[in-house]
Design a protein around this ligand. Structure first.
Ligand code: OGA
Ligand code: NI
Length: 265
């Protein structure tokens, strides 16, 4: 997967530029920074975003046809990542004590859920201290499965400092997203992370972002809320509210999760 990603970013710009789009909702989109049309400060990053869905066969023909093995390799990776998401959610629901009906309903939603692959390339940067590959953010959905090459860059926020996530060969990093924090009523915490760049080597990563179907309203699981010890901590939310947030002034200063909080402590 990392190899085909590297070969995609090595293609001549003209070839990659065929997938550039101003529409942030386009299912296949190549670009720079987060959204090069809107971002005040650009990030040192190129990306290929591929929206996957439960019917992969329907979307794969719209993916880049070069390198020639991209569709085959990336769709196999997307399927494996989806299976892993399901297994992790099964384990997490059990750990949260959500059983029978509630768990079955969630897992069915996970199976029909949304998936997006973000294939990232952070080129070597002559002035690495003046920029970031990605600014601090948390991921939007439930879980992100991240594959990174052997080049340092990913940092997570822990105890008020940035901690490097050592790339271990053959390992995946799993991040909790905003929706899982809301669903678990704060038991799982969505994690702030960022990417630093370096002057020596480019870095490649592939983030597979998993969530529930976009029309699904997300809120704390009823099993985890009660009037005494576990008051509801988040408002219900949906995808349209998130898109509104992104395009609003608030979206530039506050994380989406902050805007959904009922209780702050
Ligand atoms: C992302 C992300 C981290 C990385 O794509 O959301 O946080 O290491 N990527 O590339
Ligand atoms: Ni992220």
């Amino acid at each position: 997967m990392l190899d085909v990603a590297r070969r995609f970013f090595d293609l001549p710009f003209q070839e990659r530029a065929r997938y550039m789009s101003a529409d942030i909702r386009a299912p296949v989109r190549y670009g720079t920074s987060f959204n090069q049309l809107n971002d005040g400060v650009l990030c040192w990053r190129d990306f290929l975003k591929l929206v996957c869905c439960d019917d992969l066969a329907a979307v794969v023909p719209s993916w880049p046809d070069a390198p020639t093995d991209l569709r085959e390799v990336v769709s196999a990776y997307a399927r494996s990542s989806r299976r892993l998401f399901r297994e992790l959610m099964e384990a997490a629901l059990e750990a949260l004590g959500i059983r029978s009906g509630g768990a079955a309903e969630m897992l069915a939603d996970c199976d029909a859920g949304s998936q997006m692959l973000m294939v990232n390339c952070f080129p070597a940067c002559p002035e690495p201290d003046l920029t970031l590959g990605m600014p601090p953010h948390s991921d939007y959905g439930f879980l992100t499965v991240l594959l990174q090459d052997q080049v340092n860059g990913l940092e997570v926020r822990h105890a008020d400092t940035w901690v490097l996530v050592d790339p271990l060969p053959g390992s995946l990093v799993v991040n909790i997203g905003d929706h899982f924090e809301m669903y678990s009523n704060g038991r799982y915490k969505s994690l702030l992370h960022r990417v630093r760049v370096n002057s020596a080597r480019p870095r490649i990563s592939v983030a597979s972002l998993h969530g529930l179907p976009p029309e699904r309203v997300i809120g704390p699981a009823p099993e985890l809320v009660d009037d005494e010890k576990n008051p509801r901590m988040y408002m219900d939310t949906d995808f349209a509210t998130f898109l509104d947030h992104l395009s609003s002034a608030e979206g530039k200063h506050k994380s989406f999760l902050q805007t959904r909080r009922l209780i702050t402590n």
